[in-house]
Design a protein around this ligand. Structure first.
Ligand code: PLP
Length: 395
C-alpha cells in the first residue's frame, strides 16, 4: 500500500509493481517467471519461493494486486473462476450446510448440487432478494451463506449488509461472487463479507483471452486457511496467465467506464422497443433492487438481460445480429450475446431454470467497446426481423 491515498482507478495501474520494479532492468511490467522450482542458496535457510504451486513471483504480484483492490489482506489466483469458488467451498467439512442464492452461476450450481453432497455437505437455495427467506434457510449447521449480486442472468440484487448481518448473527461466513461488478464498482469486504470471489475470465482480464479466478480474504486467519487449500488442492493460475490478467486489470477502468455508459444507453433503447417485454439492468430505476444496488455499488455495470416473447423471436434476433459474438462468457472488449437457457445455465434443470425466470425468450448481453450507435443500429435491424417473425407465426 502507498502512503498517499489513491483512487482505485490509479491502483489498477500501480498495484502490481508497487515499490517493487524488477531490479536488474527496471522493467515497467512484472516479469513472467517461468520456473517451477527455485535454487536455494543456503543448505538450511530457504528463500521466499520454493515451488511454483506454493508461490510464484508473477502470481504473487497478481495476488497482491487483487487483495489491494478489494481492500483485503490476502489474494489468491486460481486456474478458473470455478476453481476459486470450489477451492473456497473446500473450507467446509462433512456435516456442514450452505445457504445459496437461487440466482447463481450455472457452474457454481453444479458444484454445490453434484459434487459437495458426495462429501456430506448439504445446501439450501433461497431467494436472496428476500432476507427473511434467507434467514429461514439457515440451520444450526450452516457455515456459509453464498451471495452473487448482481446475479446471473436476471441481475437480481442482494442487500449485502442485510445478509452479512444475518450471517454474523448465526456464526456463518459470507462468500460473494463479485464477477459482474469488479472491485472498481463494488467492494464487498468493506461491507463485512468474508471471501470475495471472481471469475477473472470476465471484466478483470477483459479480452476474452484467458480463463482465471481470484479470491480475496480480509481476515488473516481465514486467508491462511484458504492459502492452505490453494496449495493443497493445487488449482493455481500459471505465470503467463497471471501476467495477462495483471495487464488486463490495468485497462479495466477505461473499459468499464465506456461499456457501462453504453449499457445504460442500450438499456434505455430496449425499454422503449415494443418487442422487448422486460429489460433487466441495475441502472434502470424500474429494476428490482435498484436502490439497494445504488447504495452498495458505484455503478450498474455493463451486463444487461432482456426478454423477448419466446424462443422463435430470440432465435431470429440472435441470427440477425451482426456485431456481437454469440457466445458464453461476458466482460470482453467485444460485445457478447448469450442465451442463458442453453449456455450459462444449461447445467440447471429446465424446471429449476423456469422457476428462476430463465425462460426461452431471455437473452443476456455484455456490452463491449464497439461504438454504441453501431450497437443500437444493429439491435434495431435485428429486432425488426424478430418482430416480423412474431407477426408471421401470429403469436
Ligand atoms: C463465468 C462465471 C463464473 C465461472 O468462472 P470461470 O472462470 O468460467 O470458471 C462464476 N461466476 C460468474 C458470475 C461468472 O460469470
Amino acid at each position: 500500500m502507498s502512503n498517499v491515498k489513491e483512487n482505485l482507478a490509479t491502483s489498477l495501474i500501480t498495484a502490481s509493481t508497487r515499490g517493487n520494479y524488477e531490479q536488474k532492468t527496471g522493467a515497467v511490467n512484472v516479469p513472467i517467471y517461468l520456473s517451477s522450482t527455485y535454487h536455494q542458496e543456503s543448505f538450511d535457510s530457504f528463500g521466499p519461493y520454493d515451488y511454483s504451486r506454493s508461490g510464484n513471483p508473477t502470481r504473487d504480484a497478481l495476488e497482491k494486486t487483487i487483495a489491494e483492490l478489494e481492500g483485503g489482506t490476502r489474494g489468491f489466483a486460481f486456474a478458473s473462476g470455478i476453481a476459486a469458488i470450489s477451492s473456497a467451498l473446500m473450507l467446509l467439512s462433512s456435516g456442514d450446510h450452505i445457504v445459496v442464492t437461487e440466482e447463481v452461476y450455472g457452474g457454481t450450481y453444479r458444484f454445490i448440487t453434484e459434487v459437495l453432497p458426495r462429501f456430506g455437505i448439504d445446501y439450501t437455495f433461497a431467494d436472496f432478494t428476500n432476507a427473511e427467506a434467507v434467514e429461514q434457510a439457515i440451520r444450526p449447521n450452516t457455515q456459509v451463506i453464498y451471495i452473487e449480486t448482481p446475479a446471473n442472468p436476471r441481475l437480481g440484487i442482494t442487500d449485502i449488509e442485510a445478509i452479512v448481518a444475518l450471517a454474523k448473527a448465526n456464526d456463518c461466513l459470507t462468500f460473494l461472487d463479485n464477477t459482474f461488478m469488479t472491485p472498481l464498482y463494488q467492494r464487498p469486504l468493506d461491507l463485512g463479507v468474508d471471501i470475495v470471489l471472481h471469475s477473472a475470465t470476465k471484466f478483470l482480464s477483459g479480452h476474452s483471452d484467458i480463463v482465471a479466478g481470484l479470491a480475496v480474504t480480509k481476515d488473516e486467519e481465514l486467508g491462511k486457511r484458504l492459502g492452505f487449500i490453494q496449495n493443497s488442492f493445487g488449482a493455481i493460475l500459471g505465470a503467463q496467465d497471471s501476467f495477462s490478467l495483471i495487464q488486463g486489470i490495468k485497462t479495466m477502468g477505461a473499459r468499464l467506464a465506456q461499456s457501462t455508459e453504453a449499457a445504460q444507453k442500450l438499456a434505455t433503447y430496449l425499454t422503449n422497443h415494443p418487442l422487448v417485454e422486460e429489460v433487466l439492468y441495475p441502472g434502470l430505476s424500474t429494476h428490482p433492487g435498484y436502490e439497494i444496488h445504488a447504495r452498495q455499488a458505484k455503478s450498474p455495470g455493463a451486463v444487461l438481460s432482456f426478454q423477448l416473447p419466446n424462443r422463435d423471436t430470440a432465435k431470429a434476433f440472435v441470427e440477425s445480429l451482426q456485431i456481437p459474438v454469440f457466445a458464453v462468457s461476458l466482460g470482453g472488449v467485444e460485445s457478447i450475446l448469450s442465451y442463458p437457457a442453453t449456455m450459462s445455465h444449461a447445467a440447471i434443470p429446465k424446471v429449476e431454470r423456469e422457476k428462476r425466470g430463465i425462460t426461452d425468450g431471455l437473452l443476456r448481453f455484455s456490452v463491449g467497446l464497439e461504438h454504441i450507435d453501431d450497437l443500437i443500429a444493429d439491435f434495431d435491424q435485428a429486432l425488426t426481423i424478430a418482430s416480423n417473425i412474431k407477426q408471421k407465426v401470429g403469436i
